[in-house]
Design a protein. Structure first.
Lengths: 472, 252
């Protein structure tokens, strides 16, 4: 029998949350992120005002998506670029694949893009016999390991340098004899440099699509983005339709806020704006420039007034970093392109509520995600809405609604509630008195599997109150 | 004339942690309030609401509003249950005829430390607790009700109490209601990390404003056979000075 996504999640989460070495690597990496993020926020004079401004910019963009996307398209086309509107991931992949085939592309270099992960672009290209190189160091590492990115900003966060040295030794060069980060980086750099100059096509994502200027904005730290977008003769941008922003000047606040939330930097090392192919008189840049605007379920989310703001997300990863569930189960257990709180909110919309509703329940609703989100998405409350939608439109666990209905009836009758409470305490005391805590006879066994039993006082508060006030 | 507060004792406090209710009464009386306990109260509906069963939670919420609508002010020793009333009832009861009453009631319902510091204007309640204590910032109190300093202000005034800050005090303990049952492995791993942060302080007690966090931590610490005890803020504040009765200052 094949496992459902929910069963797989439960199993992987159980393994990972018990893996103390994994936890230590994640906590080690997140400790430096926490410190940098905190310092970064302190550099911005009024962090709350900056968040507010970013929320307003994204709200305006999302509410007028039709206008801003067309404005962006018009400018790009005027400069000789091409814009393709893909309503599904299949359409997006087919467009890029056909383009590559038509233009005799054998090698592709990619800078980091979660949308290409979402639509499974690399496998589609490889199927057509095209070699795809991930050129972001973290992405390169997870590509060599043949696994998905662990995190949307830092894809190899789950690995330490020893593991990376071992991987490079196995996959790149048996003579590698050091786990010094600078040395390992130089190894990757040498390999990737050759790929950059061999590739006919570069594929990038976009952090923002600027409507009034008709340019894409890319933020990277390794410079690989600039090589991908300027060396090969074709540049393809694959991006979600929600990435559009109205004005160039909006980047004045969005760039530093994205960098601060993502890595704690004041601004990302390379901030690049690209608006089309090489223009007459320009020394470099690609001959062809294509933008693939991916919908893939986003329009449907746009139609959901309650959760539309989920499209504000700028993919900074701050909610993952702060999430105690993410910290304990890690990025792979989710089994989705977008892990962590934003993934738990978004995935049911992109991939189906029934298959992915469990992620909305896999949260203590602590709200840490909402408190750090730079565009103020009410993440944990959207999890609650997903849960409600799952019980009314999805398939709830059998008997759960009946149980809550009975519970609800009892709560309307104080005497039944009080009697039920008394019976529960009394029977649990008997079960535990017989040493049967945790056995099949223990209704609290799921609690007791991990915890000592709850206290079972002989009298409830209301009984004590009544006794104390009997004379009143 | 003494002012009266109506006690909202959450269902699991009523059934499993009655001393938290008793201590809440003690503290409120000591600072000069009359305390009333409407006996028809049951549960605010949060378990059903959080699991997605809003239709089943709604009658509980309406019952709650009916029980408390006459109250001048409602005080509850749980940030989570106050969050339900104040932040979630407006959504849950959006179509209910009781919406108006619910909104009004939400603005008169307070978590205990919030009530003491912000409404009664008291931080010194005349408590003595000569122990090393660390404070866990419960999520709902902290991020839904925005209570960051109020509990600490009260703890700092407790005679003999040594307050030790724990690492990542604002990280969730892993309880999360039905989450603790549906995702026991993750919940327990989060609880274990929290228990390790608590243990690293060397404190004898861990306190919080939410009894549900403490119930969870008590279970996790108990399973580890730790000697650290959990204690609700109300129970610390209720500890009287050992001096003869009457010496404790009372506010009128």
């Amino acid at each position: 029998m094949t496992q459902t996504a929910a069963q797989r999640f439960l199993q992987d989460a159980a393994v990972k949350s018990a893996d103390l070495m994994h936890r230590d690597v994640i906590l080690f990496n997140l400790k430096s992120y926490d410190a940098a993020h905190f310092r970064g926020r302190a550099r911005i004079k009024d962090w709350e005002a900056a968040r507010q401004k970013c929320q307003e910019i994204k709200r305006e963009a999302i509410n007028h998506l039709d206008r801003y996307l067309l404005q962006f398209e018009e400018k790009v086309v005027a400069r000789g670029g091409h814009v393709f509107w893909a309503s599904t991931s299949e359409e997006a992949c087919a467009y890029v694949k056909n383009l590559a085939t038509r233009l005799n592309v054998r090698t592709v270099v990619k800078s980091k893009s979660m949308v290409t992960e979402e639509i499974h672009l690399s496998p589609a290209l490889e199927k057509a016999g095209i070699k795809v190189w991930e050129t972001d160091l973290g992405e390169f590492i997870v590509q060599l390991r043949e696994e998905a990115p662990y995190h949307i900003v830092t894809p190899a966060m789950h690995l330490n340098r020893g593991q990376i040295a071992k991987l490079f030794r196995e996959k790149l060069d048996p003579k590698i004899d050091s786990d010094d980060p600078a040395y390992l980086m130089a190894v990757a750099r040498r390999v990737l440099r050759e790929a950059f100059f061999a590739a006919e096509m570069g594929i990038s994502g976009a952090n923002f699509l600027v409507a009034d200027a008709g340019v894409i904005a890319i933020s990277t730290n390794e410079g690989n983005g600039r090589l991908c977008t300027s060396v090969p003769r074709i540049h393809v941008v694959v991006t979600g339709i929600e990435k559009v922003i109205p004005r160039l000047e909006d980047l004045a606040v969005l760039w530093p806020v994205l960098a601060t939330s993502g890595t704690g930097q004041g601004i990302t090392t390379y901030s690049t704006l690209i608006g089309g192919p090489r223009q007459p008189g320009e020394a470099d840049g690609p001959e062809e420039f294509h933008v693939v605007l991916v919908d893939n379920g986003r329009s449907q989310l746009l139609a959901d007034a309650e959760q539309r703001e989920v499209l504000h997300c700028i993919r900074c990863g701050a909610c993952l970093n702060t999430c105690p569930v993410y910290r304990h189960v890690g990025g792979h257990a989710y089994g989705t392109t977008y892990p962590g709180p934003i993934g738990s909110v978004l995935t049911p919309h992109l991939n189906g509520l029934n298959e992915f509703k469990h992620l909305s329940y896999a949260s203590s609703l602590c709200g840490a995600c909402t408190s750090v989100c730079p565009v103020k998405i009410d993440l944990h409350h959207h999890l609650l809405q997903n849960r409600r939608n799952a019980t009314t439109t999805g398939t709830a666990p059998p008997g759960e609604r009946r149980m809550f209905r009975a519970w609800s009836h009892a709560m309307l009758h104080p005497r039944i509630y009080a009697l039920g409470g008394w019976l529960m305490r009394k029977s649990l005391r008997i079960v535990y008195g017989l040493g049967l805590a945790g056995s099949i006879l223990d209704p609290m066994r799921k609690w007791n599997r991990y915890r000592a039993p709850v206290p079972l006082p002989s009298e409830s508060f209301r009984a004590r109150w009544r006794k104390d006030h009997a004379a009143d | 004339m003494k002012r009266t507060v109506s006690l909202f004792i959450p269902c699991f406090v009523d059934q499993l942690l009655p001393e938290v209710g008793v201590d809440t009464v003690k503290v409120l009386r000591r600072i000069g309030y009359e305390v009333d306990y409407p006996e028809d109260q049951t549960c605010c509906g949060q378990p059903a609401f959080n699991t997605g069963y809003w239709d089943e939670a709604r009658p509980c919420a309406e019952h709650f509003v009916q029980v408390f609508k006459q109250a001048d002010v409602v005080v509850c020793p749980s940030g989570s249950c106050v969050t339900m009333v104040r932040n979630f009832y407006p959504d849950l009861l959006a179509q209910s005829t009781l919406l108006g009453e619910a909104l009004a009631l939400a603005s008169r319902t307070f978590e205990l430390s919030e009530f003491l510091v912000k409404v009664a204007g008291v931080t010194q309640v005349g408590a003595t607790f000569p122990h090393a204590v660390t404070y866990h910032a419960s999520c709902h109190g902290l991020r839904e009700l925005k209570l960051r300093d109020e509990p600490l202000q009260l703890l700092r005034q407790v005679k003999g109490l040594k307050l030790i800050e724990m690492a990542r005090s604002e990280e969730c303990c892993g309880f999360g209601g039905t989450f603790a049952i549906k995702f026991g492995d993750i919940s327990a791993a989060m609880g274990t990390s929290k228990a390790e942060s608590v243990a690293a302080t060397g404190a004898e007690f861990v306190t919080a404003i939410d009894p549900s966090c403490l119930l969870h931590l008590q279970g996790i610490l108990g399973k580890r056979q730790s000697s650290i005890r959990t204690i609700h803020l109300a129970s610390i504040l209720a500890q009287e000075n050992r001096a003869p009765a009457g010496r404790v200052e009372e506010r009128p």
